[in-house]
Write a protein that binds this ligand. Structure first.
Ligand code: HGY
Ligand code: MN
Ligand code: MN
Length: 418
């Protein structure tokens, strides 16, 4: 690949925006698990990967997997990737940047021989939007897609299993989606999605750990009734109960340092302005670096829901969709990544990720590391999400340096690491 370093960064950004045009909703970026727009994304990436000499396949959960082979078919394998699905009305870089950067790394390698193969993966589902359960793509790599998960249904009653079949994939082949046994490490590039790097005017960050998260759905059940004839003291208003609770969630999290708790989705039934809401379902997302703090916070927040409901004669239930402990990333790989960033001329601060990532699913199985790229405005999960070309260039330069360090590390292992 010829051209200047700014060309290669510009090309990565252009490709992310080409992928962004593959959407279920014209005029915004919305691409959920195994929806038709993912076919167009796979076609674009397959073209770029095959042009870079990679062998490309789609596994049974819909992950796109491209391999640059090593010296032999049994060569150890470095996995680089991120996710291709989005939240509704998303930005163009969350997840996608990590996959497109992976392809750019392969292009930069040209014919350079490495003592390991490189697999670039585009996970089919990380956000958890369609089936209210995140990480379906990476869970398949570590054998954690259980029968209950395959039986989950989306809003139109289609199960995960059916969605796989509708995408012309075969659920019986899910075991074959497992990590190749020769995979020795996972590397994920991702936008920070927060304000830290921008506040410090830093292009890159090296992630040491990913905070834990609990995701739940609460249902407040009261009594629908006429908005005009029902006196206030005779109501069992599910909306008012949920509303009091949502403010209590904000108050609770605001009074506990570094805890974050969010109610991002609320649905009311029957949903008419002249009817008292009989039933309200609300999401809950609680995150903290310390699992004990997160678990205690969830219990306290559920107590607030009970109090807000009881005082109105409303009943409240909750279902857990995700209980994901905090995950430390691999110290040795993280040191190598820090060294590579410094060597490339971009000293990167170390940090914890408030966002969840596929790396937290893989890290318990294989040494994993993450590099963050600055998010201008600290904005993400929003159409104005952006990256700066010079930061993309810094990430690619760091990646090439990291591969060189990994090559040396694997050919002359220091302090027992291989
Ligand atoms: O929600 C998250 O943490 C990530 O964007 N999936
Ligand atoms: Mn996201
Ligand atoms: Mn993401």
């Amino acid at each position: 690949m010829t051209g200047t370093h700014t060309d290669r960064a510009a090309r990565i950004i252009t490709r992310c925006r080409e992928i962004a045009a593959c959407t279920e909703v014209p005029g915004e970026i919305t691409r959920l698990f195994l929806t038709p727009s993912m076919q167009a994304v796979h076609a674009l990436l397959r073209d770029w990967m095959e042009a870079a000499g990679m062998t490309v396949d789609i596994d049974a959960i819909g992950n796109l997997r491209g391999i640059r082979h090593g010296l032999t078919p049994e060569s150890p394998r470095l996995l680089i990737g991120s996710h291709l699905d989005t939240v509704p009305n998303a930005g163009a870089f969350d997840g996608i940047l990590g996959v497109v950067l992976g392809v750019a790394i392969i292009e930069e390698l040209k014919s350079q021989r490495l003592p390991f193969a490189v697999e670039v993966i585009g996970f089919s589902e990380e956000e958890g939007v369609r089936f209210s359960k995140p990480f379906l793509g990476s869970l398949a790599l570590v054998g954690k897609l259980d029968a209950d998960t395959l039986a989950r249904t989306d809003h139109s009653g289609i199960s995960v299993r059916q969605a796989i079949e509708d995408y012309a994939l075969d659920p019986s082949q899910l075991p074959a989606a497992a990590l190749a046994y020769e995979t020795f490490a996972y590397l994920e590039f991702h936008i920070e999605q927060g304000p830290v790097l921008e506040n410090e005017d830093a292009p890159l960050g090296v992630v040491e750990a990913v905070v834990g998260q609990t995701r739940m759905e609460l249902t407040f059940t009261g009594q629908a009734n006429h908005a005009g004839t029902t006196p206030m003291h005779l109501r069992h208003d599910a909306m008012a109960a949920a509303a009091e609770w949502i403010v209590a969630v904000e108050d609770y999290a605001s009074s506990h340092d570094t805890l974050v708790a969010t109610v991002g989705k609320v649905e009311a039934a029957p949903g008419a302005g002249n009817v008292i809401a009989g039933r309200v379902t609300a999401s809950l997302d609680v995150r903290h670096a310390d699992d004990r703090v997160r678990e205690a916070s969830v219990l306290a927040i559920l107590k607030h829901a009970k109090a807000a409901a009881t005082k109105r004669g409303v009943h409240v239930t909750s279902t857990k969709q995700l209980e994901q402990p905090a995950v430390p990333l691999d110290p040795h790989l993280t040191d190598l990544l820090s060294d590579a960033a410094a060597q490339a001329g971009f000293p990167a601060r170390r940090m914890t990720s408030g966002a969840g990532h596929d790396a937290m699913i893989l890290a318990p199985s294989i040494p994993s590391a993450m590099l963050f790229v600055r998010s201008p405005g600290g904005l993400s999960h929003h159409p104005d999400e952006a990256v700066l070309p010079q930061d993309v260039e810094a990430a690619l330069a760091t990646a090439m340096e990291f591969l060189a360090q990994l090559r040396d590390d694997r050919t002359n292992p220091k302090d027992g690491h291989a």
